[in-house]
Design a protein around this ligand. Sequence first.
Ligand code: HEM
Length: 200
Amino acid sequence: MVSEYMDTVRRPYPTDVLLPDGVPTLLGARRALFRRRWTRLIHAIIAMRTGRARADAPRDVFDLLWEAHDSDREDLLADEVSTMIVAGHETTARTLFWMCTLPAKAPQWQTALAVEARRVDLSAEGASTSLLKLMLTRAVVEETLRLYSPAFMTGRLAKRAHDICGTRIPEGSIVLIPYWLCTGILVGGQPREHSFPRAL
Ligand code: HEM
């Protein structure tokens, strides 16, 4: 459904910018229908999880969300689950993919990571405090994110005029920042050789 969404109703259409908010359009109706199908699926997932006996299964993120949620507001829980699926899943999965691929091509780093991981308690109870001790692992995750950001772009609206390294940004501009192209390009205002193609 996420792929379907990306390929269809998520695409921007001229009516999105030409018509004022609230004007009914065919696309708006298709988006509402999609939202209804999506919400139904998320509630079905929640019902499936809460209906299943999990006495001896390990606790997971859903259990934490379930315990934290207000029992009258399953709609908010559904929003959290949706966020996890859409914003949290693919980003994390891609980061882990590249984070495994890069050290696999640099065996000395792979060994160093394994040595670091062996020194700490990674049990369910100990892992959250151990994470703070994994300095090398953190550095590798951050470098992976720098080189292969799973998010390709972010955007900002300039509330006032700016000057970014000699480029004038007028007030009210929408600035799109493609991380993939930015990697290593501007350091201290000086263009630098692009590191992306050399990363692997
Ligand atoms: C490696 C993993 C992740 C990466 C690389 C990533 C990346 C990003 C980026 C680039 C943004 C936009 C930031 C901005 O423009 O200011 C964003 C926003 C967001 N992400 Fe993630 N994300 C990750 C994991 C997650 C997870 C696990 C969740 C939820 C469980 C999540 C939920 C969100 C939400 C809700 C926003 C919107 C925040 C707002 O309202 O401004 N992300 N993420």
